[in-house]
Design a protein around this ligand. Structure first.
Ligand code: ZN
Length: 203
């Protein structure tokens, strides 16, 4: 293992050495090496109201849904990494803006999400199909158990910012989510986030 650790390193720091990160006033990890933006057009499979998505896109409305910021990690077994996820406030119909969500390819790996700003929820689904919602408010540390798929959802009116900490060799499996999505969705009902059966399942 030590041999592996001698190899690792990246553009902004050396993964073999101790260091600290700082979150800036927007809650973004510094230093970071890469930033990704996810617009509605990138996320078509991940919102249930396909007709509304197509209508919005055809009239030129392609909102920015979320952003991620990453130090440029080199994947090594047993080494952890961190990054920032910012989900903008908004809804597609009654479905709150959210990240794609994923399962880990290496299902024995767990993960933490730390709430930094705004009002978030984590939507989780077990390998057996149990769906659970937990809150992710500022200073709250949300635990993703091994095998559970997870998605961050912004249920507030401001930007929701969180910091994830995961094992770099976890791998991300988006396919399960893309092919019909989570079994339940977090939708707004009577002004409140409510867990509702995903209408795309059972069709
Ligand atoms: Zn994960």
């Amino acid at each position: 293992m030590l041999q592996d650790h001698r190899r690792i390193g990246c553009e902004v720091f050396d993964q073999r050495r101790p260091f600290t990160f700082k979150l800036d006033e927007d809650g973004v990890v510094k230093p970071y090496a890469k930033k990704f933006e996810w617009r509605l057009s990138d996320l078509k499979p991940f919102f249930y109201d396909k007709k509304l998505v197509e209508r919005m896109l055809s009239r030129g409305s392609d909102p920015l849904i979320y952003e991620t910021y990453w130090p440029s990690w080199e994947t090594v077994e047993g080494v952890i990494g961190t990054g920032t996820e910012i989900i903008h406030p908004g809804k597609i119909g009654d479905e709150y803006y959210h990240s794609r969500g994923h399962f880990h390819e290496k299902a024995i790996n767990s993960e933490f999400y730390v709430g930094v700003k705004g009002h978030g929820r984590m939507l989780l689904q077990s390998p057996e199909g149990e769906v659970v919602v937990i809150s992710m408010e500022p200073n709250e540390i949300a635990y993703m158990p091994p095998g559970w798929g997870h998605r961050a959802v912004n249920v507030g009116r401001e930007r929701m910012c969180c910091q994830f900490v995961w094992l770099l060799d976890s791998g991300h499996n988006y396919q399960v989510i893309e092919e019909g999505g989570f079994l339940k969705l977090l939708l707004e009902r009577d002004g409140k986030p409510t867990l509702v059966d995903n209408p795309l399942h059972g069709k």
